[in-house]
Write a protein that binds this ligand. Structure first.
Ligand SMILES: [Zn+2]
Length: 83
C-alpha cells in the first residue's frame, strides 16, 4: 500500500480544515454555531475523521474558538464590537 497524496487531495484537505473550523465555534449553550447541534457536532466529527484518513490531525487556531465570546466587565460599553 502506498500513501501518495496528490495535489487535489491537498486542496481538499484545506477545504475540510476550513469547514472544520466553522464547526469548532459554539454558542454559550454549547451548540455549534454553524449547524446548531450540541458540540461536538456530527459534522465536526465527520470532518475530523476525514482528516485522520488523510493522515493529518485536526489543527486548531489558537484563540479561534473564543471568537464568539464577549468580554465581560471591562467597562468598554462605549465601543460596541461588530462581529
Ligand atoms: Zn457543526
Amino acid at each position: 500500500m502506498t500513501a501518495t497524496v496528490y495535489t487535489a487531495d491537498l486542496t481538499r484537505l484545506d477545504e475540510i480544515q476550513d469547514e472544520l473550523y466553522q464547526h469548532l465555534l459554539a454558542d454559550p449553550a454549547g451548540r455549534c454555531t454553524t449547524c446548531a447541534e450540541t458540540e461536538p457536532c456530527h459534522r465536526r466529527d465527520e470532518l475530523g475523521q476525514a482528516l485522520v484518513r488523510y493522515g493529518r490531525l485536526p489543527r486548531r487556531r489558537p484563540g479561534f474558538t473564543r471568537a464568539g465570546m464577549r468580554r465581560m466587565g471591562t467597562g468598554s460599553a462605549d465601543r460596541p464590537r461588530v462581529g
